[in-house]
Design a protein around this ligand. Structure first.
Ligand code: ZN
Length: 211
């Protein structure tokens, strides 16, 4: 599924960075001039092109998330494994914060999970899959999508924009089997399906808080 298709945007409307697991490395992973393409993409889009909305898109049955869940086993995530698998190495380095957060709350998913967003003070809570429709890896995928908001906000280059509400971060989650697209509503504290019955509520929230 191509983001430009489900968002009905055309050429020039969006700058898209795709990677395994929709992960944005936290800034703490980079020292000196070492970096990766995700923060470079953030600078290009949010600073140079002055784009005001960043959207993290996750999805169901994500093979990267399915593998991340397996990496809870020490054997699967051993140094030896990471050296022969770039995907395992990438997920261990940049997906572990999502995995650890998820494993902490996995047994009590009816309770809300706390995330931070644009600034460390702007926190929000999330109920993950309250209707219990999705498998464990999909629940992890939703947590991981929300965890990236914090990672995006970790970049000093975005700090002023985020503090002044000139830059907003959103999360979408896509069910590849039903075609349903979910928007994470901080007001509803959960992912809401975007459909005829919800779009006005979602639009009102976006207009009120993010424009
Ligand atoms: Zn995926």
């Amino acid at each position: 599924m191509i983001p430009t298709r489900f968002t009905e945007t055309s050429v020039g409307d969006m700058f898209v960075v795709r990677n395994a697991g929709n992960l944005i490395p936290h800034s703490q992973h980079f020292v000196d001039e070492m970096t990766s393409c995700e923060p470079a993409g953030l600078e290009l889009s949010c600073i140079i092109n002055d784009i005001k909305h960043v959207i993290v898109c996750g999805h169901s049955d994500c093979k990267a998330m399915n593998l991340l869940y397996k990496l809870k086993s020490e054997e699967e995530s051993s140094l030896e494994q990471r050296r022969i698998s770039p995907l395992k190495s990438w997920l261990c380095t940049h997906g572990k914060s999502s995995l650890n957060k998820f494993l902490e709350v996995k047994e009590n998913l009816e309770k809300p999970i706390l995330f931070s967003a644009e600034t460390p003070q702007r926190k929000f809570v999330a109920y993950i899959d309250p209707e219990n429709k999705f498998c464990i890896e999909d629940k992890l995928s939703q947590v991981n999508t929300l965890q990236q908001l914090q990672n995006i906000a970790s970049y000093g280059m975005l700090k002023k924009r985020l503090e002044r509400h000139d830059l907003h971060i959103h999360a979408l989650w896509f069910d590849i089997y039903t075609g349903d697209i979910y928007y994470f509503s901080r007001r509803a504290k959960r992912f809401l399906i975007i459909d005829e019955s919800s779009y006005e509520i979602i639009l009102a929230e976006v207009r009120r808080y993010y424009s």
